[in-house]
Design a protein around this ligand. Structure first.
Ligand SMILES: [Zn+2]
Length: 365
């Protein structure tokens, strides 16, 4: 497996760190340290916390879930508790309010937090939206416009699905230098699937596409069949969400890593997705999130193209918080929410992000 082994090991390392942080977070909470930490930090640093979610499902159990389990951010119950905590202890903001603060040269309210979703999975509509409405909360949904209404899974998801579903045996993926024996379903298969996705995302766009297409043909699993466990939202669903106060932004057209595309295609992803949002939802999108969002997903050229296309702010998938200094507007860090997080950890991450933020394995820089 060569380099692949290192990836799988570092995943296990991450989980060990995760367990450690969960314990420290729990201890800090029992000692009542979190309100103090929040108050102290507020004096020292005026920044915004932007939470990043992908999917919220009824259950977070990866067993039997034949798609990318790393994209399950929380269960419905966890999400409800998390949103209730934001209401109680923090100051939930909308991006429109954040941009107003910038325009007026005003500081953001203390303990400001924003909620974002990437990609546009239909569970955002079915599971997350009713909870947000119940709690009178808003969120920003960054959608890849080319996927909306198609009913089809994303390319990375289909790659994960094929690898989850194929029989045990020889697996050969020369594009990423992998030749191995694929184990039966279980944790080791899931670790391998996660590692393959990491490697695939490091390839250029054309090679990524070629790898996925080759597997679809080889396994006779065309994406066109789709799957109920992995569908994008429809425009009609997004219109309903907008009417109830949700915000919608761009996540490109086809979920390509912008920095890996030829210049004209990169610019088209930014312009065309913004046009689709205007046409379908009647909005002038102000904010985008860069697909995949790690250090190799965007660069100065991409940021300049985003400005030219009419956006005023962009979120990355780099872990952390950002102040509203101009230099950060197109590099806003976020705090990924992961399904392994208990409530103590979640609250600790929001209170002291420097210590408790989770550098997401699959989207790590
Ligand atoms: Zn994405």
């Amino acid at each position: 497996m060569g380099r692949m082994a290192g990836v799988v090991e570092s995943k296990q390392g991450q989980e060990a760190i995760g367990g450690h942080r969960e314990r420290v977070a729990g201890l800090s909470q029992r000692l009542g340290l979190m309100p103090l930490a929040r108050a102290l930090r507020q004096v020292l640093k005026q920044d915004v916390r932007i939470l990043a979610y992908h999917r919220v499902l009824d259950s977070v159990e990866p067993e039997g879930f034949a798609f990318d389990a790393e994209l399950i951010s929380a269960s419905a119950d966890m999400f409800r508790q998390q949103m209730a905590l934001l209401r109680r202890r923090f100051h939930p903001l909308r991006f429109s309010e954040l941009l107003d603060c910038i325009d007026a040269g005003r500081a953001v309210p203390p303990r400001s937090v924003l909620v974002t979703f990437d990609d546009g999975y239909d569970d955002n509509y079915r599971v997350a939206w009713p909870i947000l409405r119940d709690l009178d909360m808003s969120a920003m949904f960054f959608v890849s416009t080319g996927h909306i209404d198609t009913g089809l899974p994303y390319a990375y998801d289909w790659l994960a699905h094929m690898l989850c579903s194929m029989p045990a045996g020889e697996l050969s993926l020369p594009e990423i230098g992998l030749q191995t024996q694929l184990a039966g379903p279980g944790p080791s298969r899931r670790a391998l699937v996660a590692a393959v996705l990491d490697r695939a995302k490091a390839l250029d766009a054309a090679t990524q596409e070629a790898l996925i297409t080759r597997l679809e043909e080889q396994l006779a699993m065309p994406r066109e069949g789709g799957d109920d466990n992995c569908r994008p939202m429809t425009w009609e669903q997004l219109r309903q969400m907008r009417e109830s106060g949700m915000e919608v932004g761009s996540h490109g057209v086809s979920h390509r890593m912008l920095a890996k595309l030829p210049r004209a295609q990169m610019r088209a992803e930014l312009v065309d997705s913004r046009q689709a949002l205007a046409r379908e939802l009647g909005i002038q999108a102000q904010v985008l999130s860069f697909p995949v969002g790690g250090r190799d997903a965007f660069n100065d050229e991409v940021i300049e193209a985003a400005r030219d296309a009419g956006y005023r702010m962009a979120c990355s998938y780099l872990a952390g918080t950002s102040t509203l200094a101009q230099a950060h507007h197109f590099r806003m860090a976020r705090l990924p929410v992961e399904r392994q997080m208990g409530m103590a950890w979640f609250e600790a991450m929001l209170s002291v992000p420097e210590v408790f933020s989770y550098t997401s394995r699959s989207r790590k820089a």
